[in-house]
Design a protein around this ligand. Sequence first.
Ligand code: SF4
Length: 275
Amino acid sequence: MSERTSYAAQPDLQSDCGSCFGLCCVALPFSRSSDFPVDKSAGTPCENLREDFRCGIHRRLRDTGYSGCTVFDCFGAGQKVSQVTFKGVSWREEPDSARVMYEVFPVVRQLQELLKYVAQALDLSSAARVHRDLRRAYERLDALTRGPAETLLAIDVDALRGEVNPLLLRASELARADIPGRGKNHRGANLMGSRLRGAKLRGASLRGALLIAADLSDADLRDADLIGADMRDTNLCGADLRGALFLTQPQLNAARGDARTKIPQALERPAHWAA
Ligand code: SF4
């Protein structure tokens, strides 16, 4: 890959529903709640899944009570399991393979998420000192995702995460080294419902922080490390998230924002945000 190409923007790391057998809509369970109007068990196709594996209510998910679907991203796991692991043969064509396919999907989804983080770190020119190790980690993870089902099911994902996390942490530190707020450490902090309107959090670490329903409106979150932060219902109206590290589309989709919210170029403004 050339130096100028973005790792994180590779098609392999974006969900491609047209090449997937609707795996998130079959393999995963959900419960009746504010996110879903009904219960569904793992391995049961959602009642809205069409024959062509597309969602029959895709444009009306929030209006019909399925907001939980709008905050999910497989990071490319769906098409990889469908087309690579199971070589284009669906659970409808080969029902005997269905159970294993549903078990493999969440494993590959976690690996793809890890790949996405590694890719984002590889896109940080300021983290060049760890790029060689990151490239090795990327190649290893990518090779694992392309292995057979039985190999995938034997992977200890937590152990892999434990190996990759120090590299991501180092990349984050290097990227934030010259940012004035880099010393602000809220790693793993419970900030649920906190009033942080206008907070100066540029370059801060918010790794794994609980930001559920926190008011971060008009906050300066530029270059902040948001890996794994729980941003459900977080108020980001008017906040500035440009350059935020390890921010993902599902995190943005789960939060609230408006036309004034500034987001990293690589991410899309969620359709449900206020105008
Ligand atoms: S509502 Fe649509 S996106 Fe959500 S699980 Fe059902 S088919 Fe999939």
